[in-house]
Design a protein around this ligand. Structure first.
Ligand SMILES: Nc1ncnc2c1ncn2[C@@H]1O[C@H](COP(=O)(O)OP(=O)(O)OP(=O)(O)O)[C@@H](O)[C@H]1O
Ligand SMILES: [Mg+2]
Length: 298
């Protein structure tokens, strides 16, 4: 267990965990699909119709596992360029929900929409196309141990996108450069730190030009000193207009960057709102209550 989830602090405004690691990403992320370099909280310049359509929406997602209702009619909607954060106690259903969105855990009922278009969860082609556009970052990196960093990034470009070995390598190197790891490209996962492995996972996801990234506690498996470098990548992505839904306990980070915090418990969304609303000093929200209980565990 690393420190980060339970050293989350709810009351302070700062750049949580930001480090000056030598190999942090160089320059800001630019997301061609977002079409601008809008900072946090700003919507990309789109037509009124486009901006009214959420980048991603999940409607009434329910899921039974065994005899338990793990997700109970969960709905969320994320506008283009927004970062939304899911928090909640262990077992709330955060991971199940994120994995339901791309049907790694197929929902029993509910609908998923990407840019207004409904995903046909039973159509393999539709699902494959959806997963290419909705990247996922897992807590434990999910890298191929037998492939170097650059090959971990390029393999999907070759196998899914059909790129030539040379082109895939070039693109993979550019993505590794973006997360500050060009000089580690030939190393294997076993030769990389946890933070570096997670940054390779980001490079791999970004190489697919995703419209949305789903992040499941991307820093919670990391040693405390490595959290900052991964948060920094996420921060660059947020500032560059990447649309993201992230489960995390990094409350300082959420407070500084999230457009909305979604508090889940027992498979339900209990409350949601802006960090200013949910984390206002003295506010009587479930989110504040949860955060203060985390602090008590320190
Ligand atoms: N395959 C399964 N069969 C039965 N129950 C499961 C299965 N997978 C998960 N669960 C249960 O679903 C609930 C939600 O789990 P989930 O991993 O989504 O929670 P979480 O909010 O991500 O928790 P954490 O903060 O610990 O990661 C838990 O009670 C868990 O025990
Ligand atoms: Mg989880």
């Amino acid at each position: 267990m690393n420190e980060t989830p339970h050293q989350a602090e709810c009351g302070r405004e700062n750049e949580a965990g930001m480090t000056s690691a030598a190999d942090r990403p160089q320059g800001g992320f630019t997301d061609s699909s977002a079409g601008n370099d809008a900072g946090h909280g700003q919507q990309p310049a789109t037509s009124a119709r486009e901006s009214a359509t959420p980048a991603l929406a999940a409607v009434n997602i329910s899921k039974m596992l065994g005899s338990r209702l793990i997700l109970d009619s969960v709905s969320i909607s994320i506008g283009r360029g927004e970062l939304k954060v899911i928090i909640g106690p262990s077992g709330a259903g955060k991971s199940t929900f994120l994995q339901s969105i791309n049907c790694l855990i197929p929902p029993d009922t509910g609908q998923i929409f990407l840019e207004g278009r409904e995903l046909n969860m039973h159509d393999k082609h539709d699902l494959r196309m959806f997963r290419q556009q909705v990247g996922m970052i897992f807590q434990d990196f999910n890298l191929f141990d037998h492939l170097s960093a650059v090959d971990n990034v390029s393999v999907a470009l070759r196998k899914v996108r059909g790129m030539s070995r040379k082109d895939a390598h070039k693109r993979a190197m550019s993505e590794l450069d973006r997360v500050g790891l060009a000089n580690r490209a030939k190393l294997y996962p076993a030769e990389l730190s946890g933070g570096q492995k997670q940054r390779v996972a980001f490079a791999r996801a970004l190489a697919m030009d995703p419209k949305v990234l789903l992040l499941d506690e991307p820093t919670s498996a990391l040693d405390p000193e490595l959290v900052g470098e991964v948060l920094e990548v996420i921060r660059y992505l947020a500032k560059g207009g990447m649309t993201m839904l992230m489960a995390t306990h990094q409350m300082d980070f959420a407070r500084a960057l999230a457009n909305e915090i979604i508090f889940m418990e027992q498979g339900k969304v209990i409350e949601s709102g802006s960090p200013a609303e949910l984390l206002a000093p003295g506010s009587n929200t479930r989110t504040m209550d949860f955060c203060s209980r985390l602090d008590l565990e320190l």
